[in-house]
Design a protein around this ligand. Sequence first.
Ligand code: F6R
Length: 613
Amino acid sequence: MCGIVGYVGQKQASEVLIEGLKRLEYRGYDSAGLCVCHGGRLNLVKTAGRISALEEKIAGDDTIVAGTIGIAHTRWATHGEPNEANAHPHLDGPGKIALVHNGIIENYVTLKKFLQDKGYEFRSDTDTEVLVHLVSEFSRGGEVALETAVQLALAEVSGTYGLVVISADEPDKLVAARRGSPLILGVGTDEYVIASDASAILEHTANVIYLNDNEMAVVSRDGVRTMTIDNVPVSKEIQQIEWSLEQIAKGNYEHFMLKEIMEQPQSASQAITGRLDLREMRVVLGGLTEISRELAKVRRIIITSCGTAWHAGLVGEFIFEELAKIPTEVEYASEFRYRNPIIEEGTCVIVISQSGETADTLAAVREAKEKGALTLGFVNVVGSTIARETDAGIYLHAGPEIGVASTKAFTSQIIVEILTALMLGRGRFMSQSTMEQYIRELDAIPEKITKILEQSDRIKEIARTYSERENWLFLGRGYHYPIALEGALKLKEISYIHAEGLPAAEMKHGPIALINDGMPVVFVAPRCETYEKVLGNIEEVRARKGKIICVATEGDTDIEKLADHVIYVPDAPVPLQPLLTVVPLQLLAYHAAVIRGCSVDKPRNLAKSVTVE
Ligand code: F6R
């Protein structure tokens, strides 16, 4: 979604800002803009479309090139179409104050009316523009300090924001504030970089301050002051970003998505490392030790998340019920908050999120806490809001996921669920020998994933055969039903092919009507208790001339008689099978999208981190 970068230091600000925006490109955007202060003036450039178009506009503009302080933004349209007028930064009437904003101002209609009545003219359709006029109103033509004007303006606002403001009257200062939309402040040597995502900061420094909700920072060439938006000083700790610049680069891969699919043996290892004690044969989850007493009392689990993370939750439902014997439900985070969920004593709410910033998931955490649940976060981004707001949690340690389509985070989410379920199960009824069997099998997973990845070229040929078909079905049963959903989601989001995922047996209750000559139907059909039943479903599709692509267990030659194509995965205990069966489906979607000429890492309309509800 929208991205923010702000810079104050010795360097040419426009270069730092453009570089920062490029690092945020993966989050999804449809317009961009930048404002640099130089010679007592704010110099603004905006464009619809790509950052490269912004660069072209800036080239040779001396007023922009000379400045060493500025703000920049990539916008993902919510209020108003993606054109130049709606792009940020927004300027006040006299052109003295500029502002970039992520989030949504819920009472903008009322505020707009109030400002219009006072004679303010609006140039855009955005909710954001009210903010800059409000700050302008309270600054009284520069008489009031910028931070005070921002505080007074924010006191009038309801909604969410991460914002940075600059004023021509105070040309060495940036004011940043946050409520519900992340902002991080990079503290370099003689320079500061403010951004909505750590990847825009890493090139300059790994030392960062995470702003919490309702906090703000006044950043100048001499230092930083932090306070609440009500002006109560707060002292903030400088923390370290864990990721390296190399990790956020594409390396030799054509796309981040492929790199991240291929990284899964390492990301899976990282999720396991230090957590499987192979000598004592036990699971050690440091993030949960402090709440071990509360965990022992858990009688019911609710998993809540969105998109791919929700699919990981659906796999988790099977895992927690089978390995820990704890009744588990899964809720879309966007629905959880609004259905007044029943939280009783002993309810543990697990939230799963790669980014740790998804607005719906965060709202679900807050709802669960409000109702007294124990909340656990299974999150990838260290220091993210969900990681900080949950009672305890386990980091995925998958490394940065830049491709919009989530891949390696998904496998790590499932691993963390398995680890937690094993720990809970062993504390209740699970025998040590069962535990040892799972520990050994989990330890072998990274190598098994490597074997699947070696089949990438074959999977590409299957994708090529059907890449022009506009409708696909993905079917699976039990643990493999969520994998069918995930396979369908991956295909539709990056290749724009319509795909549906279903429990295989549900097909005959309606969707079977869709099957026609040559329609690709993907079956997730490894050896498990429902295998024979799935064979029956395959026959049903064959009888209607659908084309059958099966993901099956190595050595299962019987399935070749029924399928048009078989992709083999190594055998594993059923709860671990989703870690393997999803990998060919990620590759299938990736290759189909590339063959269709789609923008794999930045699919249309999508954002990496959905920070609006
Ligand atoms: C799909 C995808 C999304 C995310 C969803 C939740 O490939 O990436 O469906 O899984 O937006 O995001 P996080 O995990 O960051 O909360």
